[in-house]
Write a protein that binds this ligand. Structure first.
Ligand SMILES: Cc1cc2nc3c(=O)[nH]c(=O)nc-3n(C[C@H](O)[C@H](O)[C@H](O)COP(=O)(O)OP(=O)(O)OC[C@H]3O[C@@H](n4cnc5c(N)ncnc54)[C@H](O)[C@@H]3O)c2cc1C
Length: 412
């Protein structure tokens, strides 16, 4: 790859990472010790205060600042657990990552935005292209770069197997032409992991391959999409005969569908865990704001306390389900169509939580000019996509009906 500099995973290791003086091997092998040490560090490290309750004017500043936050977490060692040492990690499994997300939220800190795509794209790259993971994942964990997922296209979303973006083999390269749509963090990503067609147009899922490329490869154009919230964290990506080394395949040629199905386990399951952790922090914030308003004499709509309780229940249901799924991933189980249950529960939580915030904050939600209220509004807009991104709610329910419950097909 011409435009990329490979990273030595050990190059940025400080002489001794500062895991509160504890032997890294102990934290890798003992989850309770990891959780305790991490919580103690989060509670006592003053540098972290800058990320508590912080709001940003736009997506670019938020994601760049979250990258800096990842740098702090990486240098201290904490976000390296759960990732293999060959890819800049310190060993351990998904349970370390789940504890990490949980501890951040419990400490009133955001989960750094690049971790969302890391959870989706990291595991398949580690599994199917370990040499690419060794070269590039350390920089991701350090927050120096992040990647975008190029699957959806204008005519291929739910029906992903119909995608048309093409990769033509020429010598030891692929030539990419076509486009991708709705690439999260696309405008600021350094690399892209794209599902492309290497077979005939009719080959459906049998003719797909997964490829990893630099976002600044000549012939790649990325245009941010302005969202209703004013944020632009999604992008369109255009490929105009972009040349990518054949060695950048993730998995074998023609086997991209299997890589995509492998990836979906984390895209649905770990994302659900992150949402539950983050939702608990947001619910605590909301309860605090409501208490302040009540103390100032405000009145809440009837039934508000019951709705707060219901949202809490929904988050705990998601968390319970998700904990079981995380344990399965950590044990190396294949989490198939069942991950759709986690996805449906997470969408339920997202919609209910942000609708509750809208209703409890009332007029202030609509007109309030503070950064805090603006953040609630932005996140309310984003929560509308919870039933679409990563596979729509209708499609998830069909998967559950057909492949989990084995219900009879609907009569046409
Ligand atoms: C915030 C956000 C972030 C995203 N990030 C990414 C990303 O990083 N990378 C990426 O590749 N994509 C991303 N996407 C795209 C996402 O994966 C697609 O939007 C999703 O798969 C749906 O595809 P579509 O938008 O083409 O809708 P369509 O597939 O056209 O669906 C339109 C409607 O028809 C319904 N429908 C379609 N097929 C069926 C069916 N068989 N049965 C019942 N109902 C059906 C759907 O439920 C939906 O309501 C993102 C989307 C959003 C909103």
């Amino acid at each position: 790859m011409t435009t990329t500099t490979a990273t030595d995973p050990t190059a940025t290791d400080p002489a001794g990472i500062d895991l509160a003086g504890i032997d890294p091997a102990v934290l890798r092998d003992d989850l309770d010790a990891y959780a305790r040490a991490l919580r103690a560090w989060l509670a006592s490290e003053p540098v972290l205060d800058q990320w508590r309750g912080r709001h940003y004017p736009n997506t670019e500043e938020r994601i760049a600042d979250h990258g800096r936050f990842m740098g702090v977490l990486f240098r201290a060692g904490w976000n390296r657990y759960g990732w293999p040492e060959s890819a800049g990690g310190l060993g351990g499994d998904e349970r370390h990552r789940a504890i990490f997300y949980d501890a951040l939220s419990a400490a009133g800190l955001p989960i750094p935005a690049p971790h969302l795509m890391l959870e989706t794209l990291g595991p398949p790259v580690v599994h199917f292209a370990p040499e690419l993971a060794t070269a590039y994942l350390p920089a991701y964990l350090r927050g120096d770069e992040w990647w975008g997922q190029g699957f959806s296209e204008p005519e291929a979303g739910s029906d992903l197997a119909s995608l048309r973006c093409r990769a033509r083999r020429e010598g030891d390269t692929y030539i990419l032409s076509g486009s991708k749509l709705w690439t999260s963090h696309g405008a600021t990503s350094s690399r892209l992991v794209c599902l492309v067609r290497t077979g005939t147009p009719e080959s459906r899922h049998r003719g797909l391959s997964m490829i990893f490329l630099d976002a600044d490869t000549p012939g790649v154009t990325i245009r941010p999409i302005a969202l209703a919230s004013g944020e632009n964290e999604l992008a369109e990506v255009f490929f105009d005969d972009a040349v990518v080394p054949a060695s950048n395949l993730v998995g074998a040629e023609g086997k991209g569908w299997a890589v995509a199905m492998y990836l979906l386990q984390w895209e649905r399951a770990m994302y659900a865990w992150i949402c539950a952790a983050d939702a608990l922090r947001r619910l605590r914030d909301l309860r605090g704001q409501v208490a302040t308003r009540l103390a100032a004499g405000a009145r809440l709509p009837d039934g508000s306390a019951a709705r707060l309780g219901t949202v809490y229940e929904q988050i705990i249901a998601l968390r319970s389900r998700s904990a079981a799924t995380v344990r399965r991933l950590a044990a190396g189980d294949t989490v198939g169509p069942e991950a759709s249950v986690d996805k449906v529960l997470l969408a339920t939580v997202e919609i209910a939580l942000f609708d509750l915030a809208r209703d409890l904050l009332g007029t202030e939600f609509v007109l309030g000019a503070t950064d805090e209220v603006a953040a609630w509004r932005n996140e309310w807009w984003f929560s509308r996509s919870a039933t679409i991104l990563g596979g729509s709610a209708e499609v998830q329910r069909t998967i559950i009906a057909d492949h989990v419950l084995g219900l009879p097909k609907e009569a046409k």
